[in-house]
Design a protein. Sequence first.
Length: 582
Amino acid sequence: MKTKFIVLLFVFIGLIANSNANEFLKPSEAFQTNFINEKNNLRIEITLTKDIYLYANKIKLETITQPIIKLTKEIIFPQAEKYHDETVYFKKLTFTVPYSLLKEKGLSGEAELKLKFQGCSTAGLCYAPISKKTTVLLNDKNIENKIATTEIIDTNINETDTIANTLKNGNIGIILATFFGFGLLLSLTPCVFPMIPILSSIIVGASKKEKMTATKGVFLSLVYVLSMSVAYTLAGVLAGVFGANLQVALQNPYVLTVFAFVFVALAFSMFGYFEIKLPNSLQAKLNKTTDGKEKQGIAGIAIMGFLSALIVGPCVAPPLAGALVYIGQTGDAVLGGIALFVMSLGMGVPLLLIGLGAGKFMPKPGGWMESITKIFGIVMLGVAIWLLDRVLNPTLTMILWSLLFIGTAQYLQIYKNIITQTFTMAILILGAILLVGTISGATNPLNPFEKFISPKGVSNTHQLKFTKVKNIAQLEETIKNSSKPVILDFYADWCIACKEYENITFKDAEVMSKLQNFTLLKADVTKNSDDDKALQEKFNIVGPPGIIFWDTKNQEIKSLKIVGYKNPTSFLKVLNKVEDLQ
């Protein structure tokens, strides 16, 4: 059964990998740019390959050295044509920049210019913004010659776009290795942590029935991880192709409540109140084969891994967002899907290590395993509360955590050794602290004394206040009326990384002090309404958390867009860059 499962899975992957994908030109091939220094003008030519077009309103020309001088409106461009309600150029665009104009603007000697543009392919791919720079000699002896150009990194490229471009232009081996590395990094985030006790309880349950070996432990973990990877891949491909995120759809109160009760049922099963198993009729059919029981276990683990990825650990980070942007822009669900699958395997490495360790170091079965099973039952109740935290009132969640810790301490009193008693006392104190915090009005289990202690250097009168925006029109009006730089935070109740922002990054004293100089806006996309989807689509946010910045001139700073969680130190670096651009 093990061999069949693995063979079928790799056949599936092989079929995906061998599918035909659209091939698109590299940006340097699609847009061939030349700067020609003539006697009185700088002539700029952009030759467009067949089926490539250039947006007229995306062409920008400005100086590089400070102060930056915008020249676009001073240039006479050829007549553009209409294409899908846009004004574009096909085949070739040629325009000139008079040296007299540059001199009028106060330029002399060696003047550095930057040309920015963006275009698409009629086949469906939209290229990221492109920048080119050149140097113009402004003297009386201009000689006609072609100036060498150097492509530079566009300041409008953010981390997500960079990853999407890596998929477009990179070597497939490097791409897969990179995404596996991304997965390893993501394995250290809250995306994966809740899955650790789930898999551990599965291994403990299996070891009660038969001796657990390293091979058996790794195989059980592999089934779980591969199922998790398939779920992430399918959800990602659906989101990229159809613009609908399956993970977001499953983060509604009804689904989360049902899944929480599943974990409660698992907990009570581990406490010994009943046994979860297939109906006798179906069990009898499976047991007609020699590996019937094994099939039951594998199917259950696979289902658990699949659902855990979609419901327990939804995570939006730059690698995931970059892959979804790539799929959405190119329609290439094959490479995007493989990248997501490999990334998910990287995320599952700690889970595989747990399987290897449990199989290698698991003591012999005995009476002690009943106690371990009950402890994992307590952990399952913790996972249920963690899920309900996304839909319940925060005060009620605090009460549930408090009762769980106090109840756990009561249960552990049956063990009389000094180590367990010390641990029991610590848990009881923690439960009492949470109860006191709840009574004080605290809502963060990680900071139950938040109502008693303000962050150092920040008074209670200077707590951050975000203004909620419900739609694009309200957002644009608010930005227009702001005299400060603007921050828009995409948030959802079910988003764990969003809670990290609220409870860690936005509670940091330095961050709070710095954000007093910003207009703070929040887009709550918990309900995933039409307005929520429109806001996310406008800024290419595939899911929260995401943070967008505008300068004091109401211009979006695309290069600093954040997808995923950043700790206070990293977030402060971004804020400093925003201030430098004012």
